[in-house]
Write a protein that binds this ligand. Structure first.
Ligand code: HSE
Length: 405
């Protein structure tokens, strides 16, 4: 057997701890695949863990790691942009491969870190940054490589999908389910990132980069979270045979990137409708494959750690081969405004009869839902801007405009 592969894990939280456990538990399996043993040499964390089986490997000093010439791979699971970005860049510039679950760093600095990795013969791998344990990034460089991708849609946040599923299926209260999602290790340190769709925006820009070769900023994404989803809106969705899901979308329309994350009414005919609880899914539409749905657990200790350990294996096997890395450039394309998105839309109005909506929304299906005093208008294909204009003209109190999928 050749020399061991020495790794360091940055962050001993939910994900970093899961990586350490999985590497130890499956060390003989990993050793067989790699032809070399994997050794966890350091775990970086400011806290101490005297009762942990890894206690002797915990250090609070990044210098211990970066100055150790034997480190081959660093698994970054710190969360947040800083110092995770600086640490990752430092490792890559010294030829140490970095694997990460940190979508914030990938979304903010991905093109630069990939460049540094390439220039120094290292790998920068981030399968765990989108879709938790789902192998949803590597296929872009391999299985989809000869496809022209037209759009990517996804349920990309486990916390919000869990909350919406629990509210729909069990009538649970938003704040209680959010607390449960935090206990289960699904939610971000600041769950605002989850419920305001900031986390999903970061993930859709990463998917956009792999699908279309440009990495926009997460702030370029048209974004609406789930905090305004009321039990009445969930009832209206179910009356229309739909579920409310936080859906992310990326496509290219002419010269513009179309990027959004917002709650949508997902009908049973859409593959995403069966994706419930902490599950995530990425749906890729392309010329040869048509639609492919990749689905699995999108958050939590072991699913995310599983994707990270798979990347450790990949980095250990192929240091020189940038198999799943496209040329990704910083975004130089304009992004569409929300008004420019085309689709079918559900508009929920306060009202007790259908007639007053028929004149303006003549080509739409109109359904009265007396139990909640709302009227649902389901439009044909229209620009979102046109729907907003009609809503203003109608004048009735509007409880939301949702894409119908
Ligand atoms: N908070 C994230 C989620 C964790 O709920 O999806 C996984 O990225």
């Amino acid at each position: 057997m050749n020399k061991e592969i020495n790794i360091a894990i940055l962050g001993f939280g939910v994900v970093g701890g899961g990586v350490a456990e999985l590497v130890e538990k499956n060390s003989s399996l990993l050793g067989k695949r790699l032809g070399r043993k994997i050794n966890i040499k350091y775990i970086l964390d400011l806290r101490s863990f005297p009762d942990s089986p890894f206690a002797d490997r915990i250090t609070a000093s990044f210098d211990d790691i970066i100055n150790d010439k034997d480190i081959d791979i660093v698994a970054e699971a710190m969360g947040g942009s800083h110092p995770a970005y600086e640490f990752s860049k430092e490792c890559l510039s010294r030829g140490i491969s970095v694997i990460t679950s940190n979508k914030e760093v990938v979304a903010n600095f991905g093109p630069e870190l990939l460049r540094v990795a390439r220039e120094n013969g290292a790998r920068y791998l981030f399968e765990a940054s989108v879709g938790g344990g789902i192998p949803c990034l590597r296929p872009f460089g391999v299985s989809f490589a000869v496809n022209r991708i037209t759009s990517v849609d996804g349920i990309l946040n486990g916390t919000t999908n869990y909350i919406l599923s629990e509210m729909t299926q069990n009538g649970s209260e938003f704040s209680k389910v959010l607390r449960r999602a935090q206990e289960l290790g699904y939610a971000e340190k600041d769950p605002t990132d989850d419920i305001e769709a900031i986390d999903a925006s970061r993930k859709i820009v990463i998917l956009c980069a792999l699908a279309f070769g440009v990495m926009p900023k997460a702030s370029d994404v048209q974004r609406t979270g789930i905090t305004k989803i009321t039990p009445d809106i969930l009832t209206a969705a179910s009356e229309l045979g739909c579920k409310v899901k936080l859906v992310a979308h990326a496509s290219v329309d002419g010269e513009k990137l179309c990027l959004k994350v917002e709650p949508a009414f997902v009908s049973k005919k859409c593959l995403l409708s069966s994706v419930d609880g902490v599950f995530n899914a990425v749906s890729v539409t392309s010329d040869a494959l048509d639609e492919v749905l990749l689905c699995g657990k999108g958050a939590g200790r072991y699913p995310t750690a599983s994707a990270m350990v798979a990347d450790i294996l990949e980095a250990g096997l192929r240091k020189d081969e940038q198999l799943n890395v496209h040329e990704i450039r910083e975004n130089d394309m304009p992004c569409a405004s929300l008004d420019e998105f085309s689709g079918r839309w559900v508009v929920l109005f306060e009202g007790n009869e259908e007639e007053s909506f028929a004149e303006l929304f003549g080509d739409s299906k109109i359904k009265l839902i007396p139990s909640i005093g709302l009227v649902a208008v389901l439009t044909e294909e229209k620009l979102r801007g046109e729907v907003s204009r009609l809503v203003r003209e109608q004048g009735a109190v509007c409880h939301g405009i949702f894409e119908y999928k």
